[in-house]
Design a protein around this ligand. Structure first.
Ligand code: PLP
Length: 355
């Protein structure tokens, strides 16, 4: 696909005005077609970041006076949007009761319009009861929205389960090389019409070069994600067997609380995992001894990235909530990359030996 490095295009009539912010350049349209197929949705839209996808979707689908039921433990940017920005548009939210599906109906209000969830939670790696969530949204006439960034469309296509709108930070697995920032909204034609009109006004448009990079990345998405899955499974098993590790959270491990569900719904368990070092471990020594993984936020790229959510994604979360989630300095999140499996496991194992 060539790069159409142009903001505007020759006028071809009032029905067909091409302008980069309108998300209708040849680069956008080629991506939309490919993403519609990859996400298995009726339509798709590419945006300037994952947050542009999330904000365009929420503001495109909701009106002043609406209420959102949100899964607890969402991505921090989404939580800030719901908590800080949405109230300025008179959009309210509350959380889905953690007791499970039987308790959800009690949280629905007359003004509830949307259920908003994530396919795998960060960094606790929980997989919610996605089928029950879709059934619940249908029963209460709520638009069902899911952020599927962690699973990627190779491992899970939520539209096939009945979700109306699927969001991705394409900065992560879709882009795959930590060299672009982008987002994607997939969903029904109707939902995409309002979200697209909102995105046009919010202006979070992906530029032509980033469109080209994302388009190129999608060609290797399936091969990359399968390799992420393999490496993560191998690393999870090695960590699980190591004395310096107290616990591992990875849906591909048989003792993960949602292993059976993930096995049934997913085509792979993904490239993300988290683990706790033993109480007497030296976390700094472990991180310093790593030679292949890079200590950095973000995920979904070629290099294995390691972070301590206490200091990154959950730095501003109140200590009680962090404690309830088990997020201490010993809690490590890993975005498993595409290094040679043996090299990666050997490197993490030698770092554990000095922890
Ligand atoms: N959704 C999830 C699950 C994320 O982890 C992130 C970023 O880390 C985002 C959305 C936001 O994406 P972006 O940084 O591309 O705006």
């Amino acid at each position: 696909m060539p790069v159409f490095q142009s903001a505007t295009f020759t006028f071809e009539g009032p029905e067909n005005v091409r302008y980069a912010r309108y998300n209708n350049t040849p680069n956008h349209e080629a991506l939309h077609e490919k993403l519609t197929s990859v996400l298995a949705t009726e339509a798709a839209l590419v945006t300037a970041s994952g947050m542009a996808a999330i904000s365009s979707a929420l503001l495109g689908l909701l009106e002043a006076g609406d209420h959102v039921l949100a899964q607890p433990g969402l991505y921090g940017g989404t939580l800030s949007f719901l908590g800080d920005l949405a109230p300025r548009f008179n959009i309210d939210h509350s959380f889905l009761p953690e007791e499970g599906p039987d308790a959800w109906a009690g949280a629905v209000r007359p003004d509830t319009r949307m259920l908003y969830v994530e396919s795998i939670t960060n960094p606790t790696m929980d997989v919610g009861d996605l089928e029950a969530m879709v059934a619940f949204a249908e029963a209460h006439d709520l638009v069902a929205v899911i952020d599927n960034t962690f699973a990627s469309p190779i491992n899970l296509r939520p539209a096939e389960l009945g979700f109306d709108v699927v969001l991705h930070s394409a900065t992560k697995y879709l882009g795959g090389h930590s060299d672009l920032v982008a987002g994607v909204v997939g969903g029904t034609e109707d939902a995409l019409a309002s979200i697209g009109a909102t995105a046009k006004l919010l202006g979070g448009t992906l530029d032509a070069h980033a469109c080209f990079l994302l388009h190129r990345s999608l060609k290797t998405l399936a091969a990359r994600v399968r390799a992420h899955n393999r490496n993560a499974q191998a690393l999870a098993e090695a960590l699980d067997a190591h004395d310096a590790v107290a616990a591992v959270r990875y849906p591909g491990l048989p003792d993960h609380p949602a292993h059976e569900r993930a096995d049934r719904l997913f085509d792979g368990f993904g490239g993300m995992l988290s683990f706790d070092l033993e109480a007497d471990a030296d976390v700094d020594a472990f991180l310093e001894a790593l030679t292949l993984p890079v200590v950095a936020p973000s995920l979904g790229g070629v290099e294995t990235l390691v972070s301590q959510p206490l200091y990154t994604s959950h730095a501003s979360v109140d200590p009680e909530t962090r404690e309830a989630l088990g997020i201490t300095a010993r809690f490590i999140r890993v975005s498993v990359g595409l290094e040679g499996t043996d090299d990666l496991v050997a490197d993490v194992t030698q770092a554990l030996a000095v922890a």
